[in-house]
Write a protein that binds this ligand. Structure first.
Ligand code: GLN
Length: 252
């Protein structure tokens, strides 16, 4: 299915936000754009206005949790969740949303799952796979796992969407979707379409939504990353709070 064939959303006011503190933000915005779903990056409390859903992207959960606290966004996410804003955590985002973290203190605790960080090992144990999830797509969905966590178990009110061997890879409650892999790093729009529907949007297109116009650098048009921009970027020490200097997050 080409991008031009995908119809714009019908109904559903509002838009979907992508938490923009750290991690792969532009990749999610790019996927939502391909579905015709209005989307924006979310950095501060004001950006939550009019959101039907929020994606917490992959990245590094210790860093993300720190930034959530520093900028007081954790409380806003919890409040918005109770007001009905749907949440989707991919990888580090799923870690942030879990009610139980093996050997660690949980963060937002908004879905009853137990998660083991870095459950497959080091960065070198990242891998790609695929799986059939008939509820989402008539064709197999490509899956990218990057130093992923494992979902070990789910509690009451949480449905397993994908189980693979000894771990659960995707699950959902009425208000929260979690995936330990990265659909935004593949040409499949199936998970973004599924989440958009959960948020009340009706994006067009077939269930088997591989977008052939996607490639690994599509997101760059949104990030506007060029070698020139990188050279002229402000040094980090100038834009981050003083207390963040010289801190090394655990477990990267
Ligand atoms: N290993 C990371 C963490 O523990 C998650 C990696 C990812 O989001 N791809 O936060």
């Amino acid at each position: 299915m080409s991008r031009a064939e995908l119809k714009p959303p019908i109904a559903a006011g509002g838009m979907i936000g992508v938490l923009d503190l750290q991690g792969d933000v532009c990749e999610h915005l790019d996927h939502l754009g391909r579905l015709g779903v209005a989307a924006r990056p979310v950095k501060q409390a004001e950006d939550f206005e009019g959101l039907a859903g929020l994606i917490l992207p992959g990245g590094e959960s210790t860093c993300l949790a720190r930034l959530l606290q520093i900028f007081d966004i954790d409380k806003v996410i919890i409040r918005k969740f109770h007001e009905g804003v749907k949440l989707w955590g991919t990888c580090a985002g799923a870690i942030l949303l879990a009610k139980s973290l093996t050997g660690e203190t949980p963060h937002l605790g908004l879905i009853d799952i137990e998660v083991e960080r870095n459950g497959f090992g080091s960065q070198l144990d990242s891998f790609a796979s695929e799986a059939s999830i008939p509820k989402l797509s008539q064709t197999p969905i490509p899956l990218t796992f990057i130093r992923a966590p494992k979902i070990l178990s789910v509690g009451e009110g949480v449905d397993v969407l994908l189980r693979m061997g000894d771990f659960i890879a995707a699950a959902e409650s009425p208000g929260v979707l979690v995936t330990i892999f990265h659909p935004e790093l593949t040409p499949s729009l199936a998970f973004h379409r599924y989440f958009a529907r959960k948020c009340g949007f009706r994006p067009g297109g077939e269930e088997t939504a591989i977008d052939p116009s996607w490639d690994k650098t599509s997101w760059m048009r949104l990030a506007r990353i060029t070698p020139m921009d990188r050279r002229s970027a402000e040094p980090l020490a100038k834009v981050l709070p003083q207390e963040m200097d010289h801190e090394t997050p655990e477990g990267i």
